[in-house]
Design a protein around this ligand. Structure first.
Ligand code: AKG
Length: 298
């Protein structure tokens, strides 16, 4: 990738990306299970979102809960389950030393904020909705999008946790599977700082696992023993800040740990098609019905 300074200065002069997907892009999504749309969000919009995330973390009192977010197994404590309907911070697994003290400042220790930012915070609400996202969702075949989940992912310098191979339909299941991930880079994502890796075409395989909730417990159930893709078939998605990556719900993807000194912030929305049946044993439960990408009139 180009040097950050020059790259950013140049990019801010470019026109916004066209949001009307052309046939070739739709074909690529159908064939590969993902689509990369550069320059989808402006640097100004990103700056506003990052500032709001900074404020949320600043106001966060770890004593109030603050579970570690395990990127290997989703630990189902009350803090995690309650985040389905609210805005909560989760620490990186490696944030604490052996005595339980934070190794670095709180602002550099948070793994993510989740999972209802898009509905519970005005700044995130604005970023998460609008005609551009609505148009992309429509073009990808989601006729009645319902945004069930949002995550601000920090991938902190040095301790940013791995997100293992997974398919989003494991966590946000419906019949038929319809979930699509809308992942937006808020900083340049590189192999060094833990960009996404995908298995092109892998969405044509089966759903391997389901993350099933029973009361206040959750478990990962194996549905299909098909192995995860071989490392050689994984493709890194090195993208610039502002890029939107759309991920089919069955596409295997992962991100490696971030051992670099550079963070890799991203914001992810997950929407299902309201024409499919939401699986009520999903971990995520809401007190209200999720909405789509169209903003409420003021
Ligand atoms: O941003 C990451 O590192 C992983 C995100 C991801 O896997 C997802 O949103 O499904």
């Amino acid at each position: 990738m180009q040097a950050h300074g020059a790259y950013d200065a140049h990019r801010s002069l470019l026109p916004p990306a066209a949001t009307m997907l052309i046939a070739e892009q739709k074909r690529r999504y159908r064939d590969d299970g993902y689509l990369v749309l550069p320059r989808f969000k402006s640097l100004q919009a990103i700056a506003a979102l990052r500032e709001r995330a900074r404020q949320i973390v600043d106001a966060f009192e770890p004593a109030a809960g603050g579970a570690v977010f395990s990127t290997r197994e989703q630990n189902a404590d009350a803090w995690f389950l309650g985040s389905a309907d609210s805005v909560r911070c989760f620490f990186e697994e490696d944030a604490f030393d052996a005595t339980g003290q934070l190794r670095v400042d709180k602002a550099l220790s948070i793994n993510k904020i989740g999972h209802a930012l898009h509905d519970r915070d005005a700044v995130f609400e604005r970023f998460s909705r609008g005609p551009e996202l609505a148009e992309v969702a429509r073009a990808l075949g989601i006729a009645e999008p319902l945004i069930w989940q949002s995550m601000y992912i920090f991938k902190q310098p040095g301790i940013g946790g791995e997100v293992r191979w997974h398919q989003d339909a494991t966590f946000l299941h419906s019949e038929p599977v319809s979930v699509v991930g809308f992942w937006i880079a808020l900083e340049d994502a590189t192999v060094d700082n833990g960009c996404l890796w995908v298995a092109p075409g892998g969405h044509r395989g089966p759903l391997r696992q389901r993350f099933v909730r029973d009361g206040d417990t959750v478990r990962l159930v194996t549905l299909d023993d098909t192995p995860w893709p071989a490392p050689a078939s994984a493709r890194p998605l090195e993208v610039a800040a502002g890029t939107l990556v759309c991920l089919h719900g069955l596409l295997p993807h992962y991100s490696a740990p971030n051992r670099s000194p550079q963070s890799r912030h991203a914001y992810a929305l997950h929407a299902i098609d309201g024409r499919s049946r939401w699986s009520h044993d999903n971990w995520l439960r809401r007190s209200d019905v999720p909405r789509g990408f169209v903003s409420d009139p003021d």
